[in-house]
Design a protein around this ligand. Structure first.
Ligand code: ADE
Length: 406
């Protein structure tokens, strides 16, 4: 199939499964809130993202987009999107230089509004040219990793425009981080390996909302799950959720499949590789490719070969092999299609409303802002409405009871 045709079909499929975004698009169609505004996006460039870009453009925005990871861009989707009049800067397998050039191309459009995933676009805008900051009204960030960087900028008083923490909305992390990552990570691992999960020893590094989802779905697939943590509260939560908890040093000796999802670096390193079983599989679901120390794998292996698409075998001098999926990059996006459409529907609806909030509150100082409760509730309610699910409302007497102290 022609690339643009295949990409268009993927976008149409996503659109058909994103009812909240569709409702918002219909609601704002007549007012065109983004008319005359340039929107710069750095997100994983797959079908759901493409549909968000389309909606922003249909609501008047002049949209330029770069992919937020060299291995998550789907070229057919990128081609279809550019044929729809969006300025697209990305291709699958971009080199580090190309990746940064693409971000610069988006920055050079001098966006008024920004949507970022991981903080690379915002970081670039702050580092390169003061002029690039002039037109910016504000932006919204999609991930935990991006927010970590934004909060470091805020603490250092380096942040120059307001950013909305979409990741921290309840309608985001309870669903996207937990159920989205939980499902898409196993989708990626299963697609890449075509191996059974049942009966395997799965080691999940990090028990944040993403780690909880990955562990939950591993159990559902029949794996025995061990969690490694640095936080005693999360470690207790993992224990009470029925997981084994250990250090990575211990887990390295018995794990069949390792999934890193910590947001930190050097989670699995040479000293762990040295202890691993022959055939152990390493996958990363954290934003950056620094959780598994790939450089140490490269340096230690006697032989490296690609044994299957997205699987590299690192062979030790004694013949023991470790398998790394998707070069240690986000396995759910590099080896699969990212989170399900219904999940990204909520996350991207929050993104749209976060940008709207910035337009209605143009006097916000440079800082990181929570998504308002009203927006959070609006997205959750629209999703229930789209599903035809009704919920109860408090009576006046109940409201009075809940607000009294006597
Ligand atoms: N699709 C688009 N953005 C995504 C993200 N941050 N995680 C998973 N799937 C996605």
């Amino acid at each position: 199939m022609d690339a643009a045709v295949s990409g268009k079909k993927k976008i149409q499929w996503a659109q058909a499964h994103m009812p909240v975004l569709n409702r918002l698009k219909a609601q704002y169609a007549s007012t065109q809130p983004f008319a005359g505004l340039r929107v710069g996006i750095c997100l994983h460039l797959e079908a759901k993202t493409a549909y968000l870009a389309r909606v922003l453009s249909d609501l008047g925005g002049e949209v330029a987009i770069a992919g937020s990871n060299p291995l998550s861009t789907q070229d057919d989707v990128a081609e279809a999107l550019s044929q729809m009049g969006i300025s697209v800067h990305s291709h699958y397998g971009a080199t580090s230089k190309e990746y940064h050039d693409y971000l610069e191309a988006v920055a050079e459009t001098r966006p008024h509004l920004i949507i970022d995933d991981g903080g690379d676009l915002v970081s670039l805008l702050h580092r390169r040219s003061d002029a690039w900051l002039d037109d910016i009204i504000g932006g919204a960030e999609e991930t935990t990793t991006g927010l970590c960087r934004l909060r470091a900028m805020e603490a250092a008083e380096a942040l120059r425009f307001p950013m909305v923490a979409v990741n921290d909305a309840l309608s985001k992390y309870l669903f996207d981080n937990r159920y989205g990552t939980g499902q898409s990570v196993w989708d990626g691992i299963v697609r890449a390996t075509n191996l059974v999960i049942a009966g395997k020893e799965v080691v999940v590094a990090g028990y944040g909302w993403c780690g909880k989802g990955v562990a939950l779905r591993a159990k559902g697939l029949g794996a025995r799950v061990t969690v490694t943590e640095i936080d005693p509260i999360m470690a207790n939560e993992a224990l009470m959720d029925g997981c084994r908890v250990s250090t990575m040093d211990e887990a390295a000796t018995f794990g069949d499949i390792f999934v890193t999802v910590t947001g930190c670096r050097d989670v699995i390193t040479r000293r762990h590789f040295d202890r691993m079983k022959d055939g152990a599989i390493l996958a990363n679901a954290g934003h950056f490719d620094i959780e598994v120390a790939v450089d140490q794998l490269e340096a230690s292996a006697a032989k490296v070969s690609e044994v299957r698409k997205d699987i590299k075998a690192y062979e030790w001098p004694n013949g023991r092999r470790l398998y790394l999926l998707a070069e240690g990059r986000l396995v759910n996006l590099a080896s699969a299609d990212g989170h399900p459409a219904e999940i990204m529907d909520m996350s991207f609806s929050l993104q749209l409303l976060a940008l709207g909030h910035l337009l209605e509150n143009r006097d916000l100082k440079p800082a990181v802002y929570r998504v308002t409760d009203a927006i959070d509730q609006q997205v959750a309610s629209l999703r229930l409405e789209s599903l035809g699910v009704n919920i109860d409302a408090l009576t006046e007497a109940q409201q009075e009871y809940l607000s009294s102290w006597e």
